[in-house]
Design a protein around this ligand. Sequence first.
Ligand code: 0PR
Length: 394
Amino acid sequence: MNETGLSEEEIRNILNDSKGQDLKYERVLSSMCTYPHKIAVQAHMQFIESNMGDFGLFRGTYNLEKEILSLIGDLLHKADAVGYMTTGGTESNIQAIRSMRNLFLQSSEYQNSANSSKNSDNKCARPNLVVPDSAHFSFDKVSDILDVELRKASLDDELKVSVESVRSLIDENTIGLVAIAGSTEFGQVDPIKELSDIALEKNIFLHVDAAFGGFVLPFMKKSYEFDFKLPGVTSIAIDPHKMGLSTIPSGVLLFRDFHQLESLKADTPYLTVSTQYTLTGTRSGAAVAATYAVMNFLGKEGYRKTVSRCMELTHYLLEKLKDMDVYPLIEPVMNVVALEVPKCDLVRSRLAKEFNWQVSITQNPHGLRLVIMPHVSFEMIDSFVADLKKILDS
Ligand code: 0PR
């Protein structure tokens, strides 16, 4: 660090230069994030210093968080669900599984088996979690951090998790299941009703990762069963900083029952509040205000319009691609499209190098992946398809 500071103008110039090196979303078809709504940005700036890690100092922001939880709880058919605002899907997934694991380790069956293994050479078995093979990589982090074995269930032809495969992986050390409502690569929704039935039958937890789909599915014309309406669903991750049009970092984790949240409790003796359930200590109150502002500004009607436009653009894209004999790997459920394109890794790098387009790749099956976020326009799609055609024809 320099002994004396730079001038405001010097700092502004450096920042402008850095900002100029960032890609603009107008060339990005790979991201699950987008420009936050203007009203969210304004609220974020107004609450920039607010720290939810010590919310006794920020009672107003704390009340906004409570309102958000009940708005999202209501959207997900449980207005009295409990939870908190996280930094996004990764933290929500970690905390949901941490709660499952803590409650499993405290359970009387586990305690009994732990006591009996003390008297023999048997080691206490490691808890396991059954996730779809399509689960986001945050679950690999979960496994590592929490020392929980990850059992990956296979997918069916439509890239939904196979219920039979899930069933076959469950044993007495399974702490719970994960279902995805909007998979990262394909935007697919798992058979969550069936998984909810299994969770109830086996008396285990079911976490729904709706980080992306949570702000899409409730606003679609077709109705999907994926939330607390299903009695086996015990927790949900949903991210306002993706399709919710809020600022980063805005995630929400909701639990069906208070005892799940309580299992995450830590004492915080020297703060204005004596307990914390969160993973991080210091936590952005700006993201809370931003999420409150955009959710109340748009209302359900606003989100319905946003989702409907993204879906219209998705279908427009598919129609144009049909003329070029390019088809999706599965019929898109939401605004995530995976295309069957020969040599897609090469196509992806040429799109970036020659035309500055950012797209991504799905692993299994291999395809070119596009996310049609609210920053996408009809003109953007026209121009992207024209550039893709040039590459495929050459
Ligand atoms: N669960 C699902 C279903 C997700 O798709 C993601 C992120 C997460 C959890 C984790 O969320 P956080 O990244 O908020 O912790 N999915 C995208 C991905 O990893 C996130 C993303 C966003 C990637 C913007 C790129 C990008 O430009 O691919």
